[in-house]
Design a protein around this ligand. Structure first.
Ligand code: COA
Length: 276
């Protein structure tokens, strides 16, 4: 399905969909064409049986240099409010789609990640970066505030002091700092990035993907709920997942532990290829 001339590249191997921002000459800045193409790619991948995990990476030296200042800002502004709102809808649309994607998602941050790039970073469930990746809320440097969700991302993930510091100074942080501040899960040497991401993807692929979807939505949803509402939501989410999980994984997991004694849930995942 990949076309090297498209602003988004994709190939599926061993149940992992490797999706790349593909405007390396423009440091993978997100222009309207890329945003439209990304939505099509997500649409095509989301319910495929041969896709269990999606990895979002960048071609060349960047993950994404954020929104395209020329094509996303200047040229759409020239079209008036209609043009501005349309290009915002296209960008926000695929970020939202990715936040609630049916399969688990990993941001593999290989280089520059600026401004609007924080939105897809946050949309991915997990994020692993290279030590030499560079992150920055550069908006303040060119005279705007970090919109399109970027301010929300840093206030959700970082402490208030750190969110404020990076918002106001536009200073960059490297991969290890991003991991320490919890903008990403981990930072690894660049030459180990793909190996580590593949390993993490394979861990996810062992799990029951219906339940992964219920669990990841739970993490995002309960954050905004009272304790009572969260309890209630999670009961209903589990019951809905039981309906969608045609393999009845929960019963199989109990059986393999209690009856067959073939695994221990504290130490690993039940064998989802067995179904009695
Ligand atoms: N929007 C539009 N074009 C961009 C871009 C962006 N966000 N980021 C990079 N580009 C373009 C450059 O204009 C340049 O185009 P050209 O070859 O036609 O002149 C090309 O990509 C390469 O960029 P360059 O600046 O030469 O690469 P670099 O490796 O030296 O520096 C960055 C990389 C990311 C540090 C630098 O490009 C930059 O600061 N980009 C803007 C980042 C930003 O503020 N993003 C926030 C937007 S919300």
């Amino acid at each position: 399905m990949s076309d090297d001339n498209q602003p988004v590249k994709c190939h599926v191997q061993d149940e992992i969909a490797w999706v790349s921002f593909n405007r390396p000459d423009k440091r993978n800045a997100m222009n309207p064409a890329l945003n439209r193409c990304m939505m099509e790619v997500l649409d095509e991948l989301e319910y495929r049986d041969d896709v269990g995990v999606l990895v979002l990476k960048g071609e060349g030296t960047a993950w994404s240099a954020g929104m395209d200042l020329k094509e996303y800002f200047r040229e759409t502004e020239a079209l008036g409010l209609r043009g501005i709102r349309q290009s915002q809808r296209e960008a926000y649309g695929w970020w939202r789609r990715l936040r609630w994607f049916q399969k688990t998602t990993i941001a593999m941050v290989n280089g520059w990640c600026f401004g609007g790039g924080f939105a897809p970073l946050y949309a991915c469930d997990l994020a692993i970066c290279a030590d030499d990746a560079k992150f920055g809320l550069s908006e303040i440097n060119w005279g705007i505030l970090p919109g399109g969700g970027a301010t929300k991302v840093v206030t959700d993930l970082l402490s208030m002091r750190d969110a404020m510091y990076y918002t106001l100074t536009g200073e960059m942080m490297d991969g290890q700092t991003a991991a320490r501040l919890r903008l990403v899960n981990e930072s690894v040497p660049a030459d180990q990035l793909e190996t580590r991401v593949t390993q993490l993807a394979n861990t996810l692929l062992e799990k029951n993907w219906v339940i992964l979807k219920a669990a990841k939505d739970g993490v995002r949803r309960v954050n905004e709920m009272t304790y009572d509402n969260a309890e209630d939501y999670l009961v209903r989410a589990q019951e809905a997942a039981n309906f969608h999980d045609k393999t009845q994984g929960r019963k199989e997991g109990i059986k393999q532990f209690i009856d067959d004694k073939t695994f221990k849930p504290g130490l690993g995942t039940y064998d989802k290829t067995r179904n009695s």
